[in-house]
Design a protein around this ligand. Structure first.
Ligand code: SF4
Length: 1022
């Protein structure tokens, strides 16, 4: 087939799926023109990055030449036109970047006299509102509409908010005019107007023999109009299009761009590229299966058949994998990438992991891969800065300094347990003990309160705690800087440079090994924070701190091409699918394809949806906007785009868990037509020094291995333990038995003495008995990750049920109470919010049914606090907490009801031995509710999200301690007055021994610290 881009005589539409060589043909055609010294072609690319890459490829293909290819974005072309042809006063306008434009809009909105409807008052100052107004202004300009058109469309449809945006648009354009600046949409608008001036069009057309447009389907209506005006019938236009992977509709890309080409350029020739040279047949088949679910582009039937009937070439495969949880998913991903690099010699830079949601999916994935020693590259603006572990303590320190330098207990603990503070949980507890020892009045005060007071400078710091004193002084200096109206940059610098943390990170970074990758990443994140602080336009002092904190939290920097181009191709690229447009890698993992995340059908404009704005022959109008079906189609195109980035091997992954909708693979996974493999464990591999050391250690200590094998393993370990790098640092420090757990004697065989009675809540008892490691990490070391949606939902259902039970909330007001909090729950998708809402409504309805059936009960109270002293094994124990609901029977005995919001209920047998409600019973008997009674009538677990078949929640009863004082014949249990005493004694024994071993079981499925658990992974912890 001849190259349709060489010497075209009229308009040509080149239709080709990914990998069919559109860009290669373009490069060859332009390079050929350059070599033949013909009149140049104008090449329009989608982004600056794409333009720069195309330019490089053309220059390489053309060989040594003095002619430079004319490759630019539409915006660059417009800037050139304005600079060249506009009146001298208008020729050099400043161009507002997207964040600058948003900033101006926010400023203007604060003082806007536009007639905003009263219901928008609360929204006017918010960033989301400014973003939506900005999108509407851009859309209006793309459609060639003026402020009056917008106001007219709003007034005609009775939507006065839209009419007010029209008035605001007038003000906005006047202000920008006065300042001599314009935005991108206005730039295109002005360039189009210039082309209507006499002589301009002729001058431009005389310069180009042909216009070649890459990614035609991503142009908006204004850009398409500009190309049409520029070329007319005089200059042939060749448009390269892959409508099935057009993804920028939310930015205004024309929804029927191919049909528009055929309409605007009558007689256009449609050429299809039938062969995907670099994609294996399996990948082409999978992508075609997805594409068939998309609406067909408006081209002739034969062209469509050829476009969608593309054939593949090259070697490779497609794999679809699911995993039981995120941790297994991340481990497996790391193992696959490493194996591809070491076994198949795929360079790190020729692999990519693509995700849908940058903010929520990239940070944990990047952390997991870096921790596994995979070199990873993420463009600076892909990960929310506020999510970076190294950035968090600096931001927190800034926040505390901005608030007067008085951290609360939680803030103080988080600061001290971070890289900035330098303490670990054990060290911090030791500080707490010393602070208590130094002040008899502080006996019994929690560590977090004491360290907060010490950091705030209101409690003396013992001499031994120099580091704590240094942090206190540093925080005081930062606070003084804020008081002196210094900008956040200066305060952050004080906090950062005042500890040994930067030096530690630097040393780790240059040392190599796994810690090096993490240190490099942390240093990059801190640099990005300082970059942002330097360019932040906020004020100084306390207002500046709040401004900057909000700016970082929302990370108001969209795509930053500088950072993008700074990515050097030395690691596996981690990026969002949108960023992958125009790129290819040998191995591509499309990761975390979960329902609720992909498709993401949240609407981008809740007040003003720019997609509602249209312009028909009758004039501007407000239509219904995108339907959910349209949104799903856009997401499917994005998924197809991601899957078509591979040129060899494609892996598509999802987590298939058991809890909630977010744990379900996306519907798109099945559309690939490739049967998924469910993998529950990581493949054994010896790809890293760490894995080798771990395997050798396992063998050296394996009683079942032959003595010769164990000896050989030990000998190799000895060699590895002695190996050092050029600077004398150990290459495999974990090979040295001096660092092995379980080989050393504990630093102290005596657990720290616990003074006074042990304080335990019923849930702590249960947690200690279920898995001591989980208890320690989540309760004492506070290593629990942020609360997941299901936990937040549980709290909401609980709170509403509690208010309904106390009579504070009438049954008819329950829905309104849920409405009031629902909007603030950060659901990843609107449909998920809707489905969870339906579940929450059902749970509360069940509760109301249940409560109606308990009308007869004498309700003592809801959320009733208690404190009861018991003695177990001669040890005083204080039981503390609150019961969800306490009822009194006619005989005066008390019954505890505990509401649960989990989706799976236990068996009756399991409920009877549940320690938590057993401890409630013990608290009753020990006088925890003395005023109400001291006899337990038993306890109940009520599962609000599990129906019993008759509209009620499932309820499980635990017999009273009088009915059933013991559950087994175990002599240890019988030695205690009741089985609950025995359980409390066991929990105390764990605390007193100070050993928090992992105890695996079904409960591991929902464990928040399972990713690091040796009991789950089988790994050796060094
Ligand atoms: S994963 Fe299981 S064994 Fe490990 S800490 Fe969590 S609950 Fe305990």
């Amino acid at each position: 087939m001849s190259n349709p881009m060489v010497q075209p005589t009229g308009p040509v539409l080149v239709l080709g799926a990914a990998g069919t060589g559109k860009t290669t043909l373009l490069v060859e055609a332009v390079a050929g023109r350059i070599r033949a010294a013909e009149r140049p072609a104008l090449v329009l690319a989608l982004t600056r990055q794409a333009a720069s890459e195309l330019r490089d490829r053309i220059v390489r293909a053309a060989g040594r030449t003095t002619l430079a290819p004319q490759v630019m974005t539409v915006h660059a072309l417009c800037l050139t036109l304005v600079a060249r042809f506009a009146a001298p006063d208008d020729a050099g306008p400043g161009l507002l970047t997207a964040p600058e434009q948003e900033f101006r809009i926010r400023e203007l909105l604060r003082s806007s006299p536009a007639p905003w409807p009263a219901e928008l008052d609360a929204a006017l100052g918010t960033r989301a509102f400014a973003q939506q107004v900005r999108a509407v202004l851009a859309r209006a300009r793309q459609l060639g509409l003026d402020p009056e058109d917008l106001s007219g469309a709003g007034a005609a449809s009775g939507e006065f908010g839209w009419a007010a945006v029209g008035a605001f648009m007038g003000e906005y354009l006047d202000v920008l005019d006065a300042e001599g600046v314009i935005d991108y949409a206005e730039l295109v608008h002005r360039a189009r107007l210039l082309l209507e001036q006499e002589g301009v069009l002729e001058a431009v057309r005389a310069e180009y023999a042909v216009v070649l447009v890459d990614d035609w389907c991503e142009l908006d209506a204004a850009q398409i109009g500009l190309v049409r005006a520029l070329a007319g019938d005089a200059v042939p236009v060749v448009a390269l299009a892959d409508p099935d992977t057009a993804i920028y509709r939310f930015r205004g890309a024309h929804p029927r761009a191919t049909a528009e080409f055929v309409r605007l350029f009558p007689g256009a020739r449609v050429v299809t590229l039938p062969h995907a040279h670099r994609q294996p047949p399996a990948q082409v088949a999978a992508c075609t299966a997805v594409a068939r679910r998309l609406g067909a582009p408006a081209v002739e039937r034969e062209a469509l058949a050829a476009y969608r009937g593309v054939t593949g070439g090259g070697a490779g495969r497609v794999e679809v994998r699911t995993f039981p949880d995120e941790a297994t998913h991340a481990r497996h991903l790391a193992a696959e990438l490493r194996a591809a690099h070491l076994d198949d010699q795929v360079p790190w830079g020729d692999m990519a992991v693509l995700v849908r949601a940058g903010r929520t999916q990239l940070p944990p994935l990047a952390r997991a891969l870096i921790d596994a020693g995979i070199p990873v590259e993420v463009a600076g603006d892909e990960i929310g800065l506020a999510s970076e572990l190294a950035v968090r303590p600096l931001l927190l320190g800034l926040e505390v300094a901005g608030a007067g330098g008085q951290p609360d207990g939680d803030q103080a603990t988080r600061l001290l347990l971070s890289g900035w503070g330098g303490y670990d949980a054990v060290g911090l507890r030791a500080v707490g003990r010393r602070l208590r020892a130094a002040d008899p009045a502080a006996a019994g005060a929690p560590t977090e309160t004491l360290v907060a007071e010490a950091l705030a400078g209101v409690r003396a710091v013992p001499e031994a705690d120099e580091e704590l004193a240094a942090r206190r002084d540093l925080l005081a200096r930062a606070t003084a800087l804020v008081a002196r109206e210094q900008r956040p940059e200066a305060v952050l610098w004080e906090l950062w440079s005042g500890t040994g943390w930067p030096e530690r990170l630097r040393a780790d970074a240059v040392r190599g090994g796994d810690a090096s990758a993490r240190a490099h990443h942390d240093l990059d994140a801190v640099c990005a924070l300082f970059d942002l602080a330097r360019t932040s336009q906020g004020p100084g002092g306390q207002p500046g701190v709040s401004w900057f904190a909000a700016e970082v939290a929302q990370q108001q920097i969209p795509a930053d091409s500088q950072r993008e181009s700074a990515v050097g191709g030395r690691g596996v690229r981690l990026l969002t699918a949108h960023r992958a447009k125009g790129r290819h890698w040998s191995l591509v993992v499309v990761a975390g394809v979960q329902e609720g995340i992909w498709p993401d059908v949240r609407r981008r404009g809740s007040v003003f949806d720019p997609q509602r704005l249209g312009a028909s022959e009758a004039g501007p109008e407000l239509a219904l906007g995108l339907t959910t079906r349209d949104l799903v189609a856009t997401e499917r195109r994005l998924f197809l785009l991601a899957c078509s980035r591979a040129e060899g091997r494609l892996i598509v992954t999802a987590v298939e868990g058991t809890e909630g909708e977010e744990d379900r693979p996306s519907r798109f996974l099945a559309e690939l037509g490739v049967p998924p493999r469910h993998l529950v464990s990581t493949p054994p591999a010896l790809h890293t020094l760490r894995q080798l050391v771990a395997e050798l250690r396992r063998t050296a200590q394996d009683d079942a291995a032959s003595p010769a094998l164990r000896e050989a393993a030990a000998a190799r370990l000895a060699v590895l333990a002695d190996a050092t790098d050029d600077e004398g640092f150990a290459l495999a420090p974990d090979a040295d038995p001096a660092r092995w757990w379980g080989v050393h004697e504990p630093t102290s065989t005596v657990a720290p003495a616990r003074e006074g009675p042990i304080r335990l809540s019923p849930s702590q008892v249960e947690s200690l008995l279920t898995c001591p490691r989980k208890y320690f990490l989540s309760r004492e070391a506070r290593a629990e990750p942020p609360r997941e949606i299901r936990t937040i939902l549980g709290s909401v259902i609980h709170a509403v049920a509690e208010r309904a039970a106390s009579g504070e909330l009438a049954p008819d007001d329950v829905a309104a109470a849920l409405d009031a909090v629902w909007a603030s729950i950060p659901f990843p998708a609107a449909w998920l919010s809707a489905s969870e809402r339906a579940e929450a409504d059902a749970a509360v309805r069940r509760f109301l049914n249940w409560q109606a059936g308990h009308d007869h009960a004498d309700l003592v109270g809801v959320e009733v606090p208690f404190s009861a002293d018991v003695t177990v094994n001669g040890r005083p124990v204080q039981l503390v907490g609150a019961v969800d609901r306490l009822e009194r029977r006619s005989d005066g005995a008390l019954k505890v009801v505990d509401f649960k919001t989990g989706r799976s209920a236990p068996t009756q047998k399991a409920a009877e031995v549940t320690p938590q409600i057993g401890v409630y019973q013990l608290a009753i008997e020990a006088g925890g509710f003395r005023d109400a009674g001291t006899t337990s009538a038993g306890a109940s677990l009520v599962y609000l999200r599990v129906e019993d078949g008759e509209g009620w929640p499932k309820e499980f009863r635990q017999p009273s301690l009088t009915e059933k004082p013991h559950l087994t014949d175990d002599p240890e249990e019988l030695a205690h007055p009741t089985w609950v005493h025995h359980q409390v004694a066991r929990a105390c024994a764990v605390l007193e021994a100070g050993r928090f071993d992992a105890q695996a079981g079904e409960h591991c499925t929902y464990c928040p610290v399972r990713s690091s658990c040796p009991a789950r992974s089988g790994q050796v912890i060094a």
